[in-house]
Design a protein. Structure first.
Length: 64
């Protein structure tokens, strides 16, 4: 459904309502840049994956 503009807009409208408490008129008045800024603030800035050092340390701690 998100492959079309309408599908993507519907998904983003739902997310903005659920996460931000925006009503439909607030969503449609926001610019794409504003929406991206607000949703980007909710996402972590750094990746949450293990580094090679993390994996090596875990392998030493749990060799099995």
């Amino acid at each position: 459904m998100s492959a079309t503009f309408a599908g993507a807009a519907l998904r983003l409208a739902g997310l903005s309502g659920a996460l931000l408490g925006w009503r439909p008129d607030e969503f449609w008045r926001a610019t794409p840049t504003e929406l991206a800024a607000v949703l980007g603030a909710l996402a972590p800035e750094e990746e949450l994956c293990a580094s090679a050092d993390d994996l090596a340390r875990l392998q030493e701690m749990f060799p099995d």
